[in-house]
Design a protein around this ligand. Sequence first.
Ligand SMILES: Cc1ncc(C[n+]2csc(CCOP(=O)(O)OP(=O)(O)O)c2C)c(N)n1
Ligand SMILES: [Mg+2]
Length: 442
Amino acid sequence: MIRYELSAVSRALPALSRAFSSAPARHRDLLPTTNSPIVSKLSFFNSVQGNEQIPTYRILDGVGKPLEGAELPEIDEKFARLLYENMQLLPTLDNVLYNVQRQGKISFYMTAHGEEATIVGSAAALEMDDEVLGQYREMGVLLWRGFSIDQVMAQCFGNEEDTSGKGRQMPVHFSSPKHHFHTISSPLATQIPQAAGVAYALRRTPSRSSRSISACFFGEGAASEGDFHAGLMLASTIPSPTLFIARNNGFAISTPSTEQYNGDGIASRGPGYGIDTIRVDGNDILAVISAVREGRKRCFNQGRAVLIEAMSYRVGHHSTSDDSFAYRPRAEVEDKKRIDNPITRFRLFMESRGWWDADAETELKARLKADVMKAFKRAESLKRCELKELFTDVYGGQEPWNITEQREELTGLLRKYGQIWEPWRDELTKFRNNGQELIKEK
Ligand SMILES: Cc1ncc(C[n+]2csc(CCOP(=O)(O)OP(=O)(O)O)c2C)c(N)n1
Ligand SMILES: [Mg+2]
């Protein structure tokens, strides 16, 4: 389906050895531990593509027109609408929740502005029960799988409907076993070796081995962590069907990607681990779908890891704790928003097929906004979990001594000050049963 660029990197290595083989004094001998051809010409190399950069696979141009010769993934009007609706839902939720954080109603938030095609396209190309290990910007995968707007709100508000963490996780640190979405954890790159382990477990589980892969999302900044190398090493040598999806959005908070590597992005590292690799235009949802579908297939066929580097630009601030205009020009961001907008590109494609028009756009935006506002108002009115939940199921099995000690200390303080000290009295009203179950506990 993907005719040329997909195997570009894997094909580059034979090309390199051909280059060496044309050297004048080539000997046929082999060293004991490698099949590497022996040459007598002193020559260093620093690229997997001769002297060129790894190409970027793309189907749609900047105005949503298919490139000449590009093969479109299988897609009909219904599926296209679903993709578009999911892409539009992300900024709708992001805009509301970003402002809700600014009003002090939630503690933190992270948007996915500019990465909608990478996230929704990947989600759409995976099977619903592929195990997903995300970094933190992948809420769109959950939404694609049926996680509701109410559930998003419950997690961000940490209210009593937050079944994933009972309000004990930071906002956007989602978790949903039902949706095969593993818990997001803040320390960067921890999900990368974990994903290799998950894939290994899948391979060893007969009911899953020929059906599911693990898909691991991470930023190009996280790829600077040692865990990136540990994860790729594991998934390529053990081996295990892990689809690594690097979201290269140009920044790790304020550090531009140019300061994070001296090589050719993240993709150049794949061949070092002997795994099939592709770089894809992360703002082209059709290219992302084709690359992820093919990458997933290769995970099965070869039983080992595949690496995809999706190129985009982080249009939003890193998080609500960041002001990106302190380290990048406002004009650059405005340009990227306009020129390479993943949502606009796909909308233009849909319009060219007669699948979308201005009326559909107006209707969708109004509907999504109304749905998000309704869920926000509802979430805001709900109580938090009963306070005693703070100490339940932190660990499996019997409650360890340190949790018992902390629970008893809080209970004692609440009995003493809970009703007489105003800040605590007010705070307790936000919990279900006003935290009384914990206070009454023996
Ligand atoms: C081990 C570790 N180091 C540093 C941080 C602080 N930190 C949080 S996000 C981030 C940037 C990550 O950038 P990237 O992986 O490119 O993802 P993006 O935010 O661009 O999606 C940093 C440095 C952290 N959470 N964990
Ligand atoms: Mg980044």
